[in-house]
Design a protein around this ligand. Sequence first.
Ligand code: MG
Length: 376
Amino acid sequence: MPKQYRLLAGRAVLARAVEACAALGGPIVVAIHADDRAAYDAAIGDLLDAVRALLREPATGGATRQQSARAGLARLAETGAPKIALVHDGARPFLTTALARRVADAAGAHGAAIPAVTLTDTVKQIDGEGRIVATPDRASLRAVQTPQGFRFDLLRAAHEKAAAAGRDDFTDDAAVVEWAGAPVFVVEGDRDNMKITQAEDFARAEARIVAPLTDIRVGQGYDVHAFAEGDHVWLAGLRIPHERALAGHSDADVGLHALTDAILGALGDGDIGQHFPPSDPQWRGASSDRFLIDAVRRVARRGGAIAHLDLTIVCEAPKIGPHREAMRARVAAICGIAVDRVGVKATTSERLGFTGRREGIAALAVATLRLPEAAP
Ligand code: MG
């Protein structure tokens, strides 16, 4: 999956980038690959309504970064061209509003402005064999970032001119504008505004997000559904053939219901019946991963992360053991967390009680969340 749609501490990289841009107001257009619509919709699913309201229909990107930027600008023009446009890389989730505003202000003053940082390492120029051929003076060099800011008409004209000239090899928007002959200014960038490119960048970025989450919360969930006529049950997101089904308004997945309630409990945010009332016909037969996804999004909106989920299923049958690893993987996928953060266990009740009499299945869950400390 492209990195901008991957989850970073439970939340899509792109959602984090969009949220930072949204603080400036104004329409936002994301350029996406034609095949990525579903991933895009999932990525923006947990944004607050006020942020989503700024998003316009995404533009279909091109084969190069330059083509995608041009398509995004065309879509922006359709929605009413703004005076200033910022072009940001969706794989930079640590953009701050302060940096975006600094770039926008400088673009307003100069027509074109980009953020850049000084280089701390000495830079070498090498040849094809890895031999050093030059040591440029780093004092005059800058590593540039996004968002890059421009007067909208200036940027759009530069892109159209480059396309007409058959040039599609510019690696940033500043280069397009420079080529078109307009001066581009540099403002102070932000070293924390990292671009996620390598797999190890995810671990570093995640550590940065999670480290300040020191408010540890534990929630519990419990659910029971009775058996009814049928030939399969849904358990922990899996369809398991069985001589009975579980009765319920939704798909009656006791495992996902208990996990959903455990997360809601840790958030102090009601319970599954409150957010998805059984009296509401829209949840009839609903796939229960929707309920769990909703709870996970509530964690993301609070700026938190799921540290661990632990599920215990109580029944005489079906046998859970053969499905345990698939259940862990399914729950981890729904929640956007690593499999080693999910435990699934099963027990019988020694033929005692309603589960022992095979009248239904019970599930217990514990969720451990990490949230930011509340503002003092
Ligand atoms: Mg239930």
